[in-house]
Design a protein around this ligand. Structure first.
Ligand SMILES: Cc1cc2nc3c(=O)[nH]c(=O)nc-3n(C[C@H](O)[C@H](O)[C@H](O)COP(=O)(O)OP(=O)(O)OC[C@H]3O[C@@H](n4cnc5c(N)ncnc54)[C@H](O)[C@@H]3O)c2cc1C
Length: 592
């Protein structure tokens, strides 16, 4: 399998020409950043992921992790690659300079994470989780906790984990039973078992900081009674050095379908009644702190979807241009053609490419809103951008990860039988990608979050704003040439999304189950609208460049072709979702 090469031209075009990263770089908070710095870091990221992480992808898949004597050993090369990752500062790109980070925009962080994910998804989960722990401790930790943990988590010297799931408490986090009891010295004794804990143990970092949800003895049931605790693998001495081994151990590692190099651990806390935890935030407000962790992680998992799609597309496109099979219809002569000339293969490749780019654009737009929500000078604007980021997050996780697996599946189809054989590498992408639709809140839960919560917040102001912006852009599109079809199709999908949003909004209280019944269709419809918006924006930017001074530039021409294909072939696939959404739960409960 060829090593991963980051699609830098596409990434930069999406960042600057479609999403408008300039606006973020103009923020005072990012005054030391510039387009040149962003470009240079992306070039370096591309090199690192190509040379160091990508060659370990298949090694990790074949070797997997080894669990022995209550500890996990990573596959060959991972520890060394992680050391280089930390040394080069890749772990700390977006973190605050106060803790040794580079303080660069989340937009850039997401872009780099896409490279890491595409090169080696199983590896990427370790830094993703550390980033989540950094966000949670920075937002909710005491000064003392920040000085103990932040710098080492930011650098990557220590890694982080997220411990929610128990066997009876998956999507229903409120059902968890892990206990925490206050001790005389102000620490807590933690006791319980967590399952499916990603990077619960490994040998890449010198310490692991587990963030563990647990319940105090007199806590109310449900999510209101949950608190969050910092549980280090090694306790930390007064002088910051590593102390006693904490009673927090992996007891097994799961055998999985994919991401073989990511150790998914069953963790036991307090088997010897000696597990020490430190309260993060306030008692009973653990879910609030965990949401800070998860919001970051949700976008990053969405980016894993984009990354799987990108890698799968790259490989399929290359293969399709090499594999000769039959004569393509519509060509003269007897000569045989590469499969890229067959209509159905072209359909698959364009479906893959356009949806990958739509998914990437949605993820980058969410990151832009996060940057603006954090650092816009005006408080009211910060609030509005935060609401937009919150609205987009279920799409940036749900749509992108659905696309990741769908594109990987199409890539396998393009490869034919060879795709089903492990050596080509497509099967690994498909296997790896599938988990993205499940963890960090299943895509069903994302859809419910969008249709049952996000659209009802602030009187529906945010989706109305976003759809309004899209409509204004659509009305301004020229009604000629390729743009004529794009305008017509885009207008249809905006109208349909608006109508379904109004329906879902109006049925929130009286008819919520019906809204939920159509929520997955609604998420797909809304995401496809936003995807169309961003692709057509790209087509318009490309058209302008072509007219100005890039007459024959293939890349810009391609941007128009992709948006045209998406408008003609993808939009109609979801317009019929209106009927599904508005049908509600009628067909789902007939026997009840
Ligand atoms: C490889 C891997 C790594 C993981 N890493 C971590 C980790 O690091 N930390 C961690 O805490 N967890 C982790 N998880 C757990 C993961 O987040 C959960 O598996 C996921 O949230 C789903 O929970 P569940 O498996 O219990 O499924 P369930 O909650 O039982 O869900 C099963 C099905 O029912 C649906 N469903 C459930 N409740 C509802 C509802 N109210 N309404 C509608 N549909 C519903 C779901 O959408 C799903 O389709 C990991 C899991 C795996 C497999």
């Amino acid at each position: 399998m060829a090593e991963y090469n980051a699609p830098l031209e596409e990434m930069k075009f999406t960042l600057f020409d479609v999403i408008g990263m300039d606006e973020v770089l103009l923020l005072d908070h990012y005054r030391d950043a510039s387009k040149d710095i962003v470009d240079a870091i992306m070039e370096e990221g591309s090199k690192f992921t190509h040379e160091i992480l990508s060659p370990l992808n298949r090694v990790g898949d074949i070797e997997g992790t080894v669990f022995k004597n209550k500890s996990v050993t990573m596959p060959k090369g991972f520890k060394e690659a992680y050391a280089q990752y930390v040394e080069n500062g890749w772990n700390s790109v977006t973190s605050s300079p106060e803790y040794g980070g580079m303080g660069l925009p989340v937009m850039l962080g997401v872009c780099l994470m896409e490279m890491v994910d595409s090169a080696n998804m199983a590896y990427s989960l370790c830094p993703i989780l550390s980033c989540g722990a950094v966000d949670a401790i920075e937002a909710h930790g005491t000064l003392d906790q920040k000085s103990t943990y932040m710098e080492k988590l930011v650098s990557g010297q220590w890694a982080g984990t997220m411990n929610l799931t128990e066997s009876q408490a998956g999507s229903d986090v409120g059902a968890l039973t892990t206990k925490a009891e206050l001790q005389k010295d102000g620490t807590y004794r933690i006791k319980g078992q967590k399952i499916f804990i990603t990077y619960g143990d490994h040998d890449m970092s010198e310490n692991i900081i587990h963030l563990v949800l647990a319940r105090l003895p007199d806590a109310p049931s449900g999510t209101r009674g949950i608190s969050l605790f910092i549980v280090p693998k090694f306790l930390i001495n007064e002088d910051g050095s590593l102390g006693k081994r904490n009673d927090a151990y992996p007891v097994s590692v799961e055998h999985k379908m994919g991401i073989m190099a990511s150790p998914t651990c069953v963790m036991v806390f307090g088997d010897a009644d000696d597990c020490t935890g430190y309260l993060l935030h306030e008692e009973g407000r653990g879910m609030q702190a965990m949401f800070t962790f998860m919001n970051n992680a949700r976008l990053n998992i969405g980016v894993q979807g984009v990354a799987c799609a990108q890698r799968a597309y790259q490989m399929a496109d290359e293969y399709a241009h090499e594999r000769v099979q039959g004569r393509a219809i519509g060509y003269e002569g007897q000569e045989k053609h590469t499969i890229s000339e067959h209509a159905d293969v072209r359909r698959m490749l364009l479906t893959m490419k356009s949806q990958t780019q739509a998914a990437r654009s949605i993820a980058y737009l969410t990151a832009k809103y996060i940057d603006l929500a954090r650092h816009h000078p005006d408080a009211k604007s910060r609030e509005d951008y935060k609401a937009l980021a919150d609205l987009l997050t279920p799409m940036a996780k749900g749509y992108t990860t659905d696309i990741g697996t769908e594109v990987a599946s199409l890539a396998m189809q393009v490869f034919g039988g060879a795709g089903y054989i492990e050596e080509t590498g497509i099967a690994q992408i498909y296997r790896d990608s599938r988990i993205n639709q499940i963890y960090e809140g299943t895509n069903g839960i994302q859809a419910m979050d969008l249709a049952g919560r996000k659209i009802s917040l602030r009187g529906g102001k945010d989706w109305k704003y976003l759809l309004g912006e899209m409509k204004e852009f659509c009305d301004d599109l020229p009604d000629k040439g390729d743009f004529s079809l794009m305008k017509r199709q885009f207008s249809k999908i905006i109208e349909t999304t608006m109508s379904c949003s109004v329906w879902a909004y109006e049925n929130q209280t009286e008819n919520l189950r019906s809204v939920m019944a159509g929520s997955v269709a609604y998420l797909r419809l809304f995401s496809t609208s936003v995807g169309a918006y961003l692709l057509i924006k790209g087509a318009k930017a490309a058209d302008k460049k072509l007219k100005k001074d890039h007459g024959n530039n293939i890349f810009y021409k391609e941007q128009i072709d992709i948006a045209y294909f998406y408008a003609q072939q993808i939009i109609p696939q979801v317009l019929g979702f209106e009927e599904i959404i508005k049908a509600g739960d009628d067909a789902l409960y007939r026997d009840v």
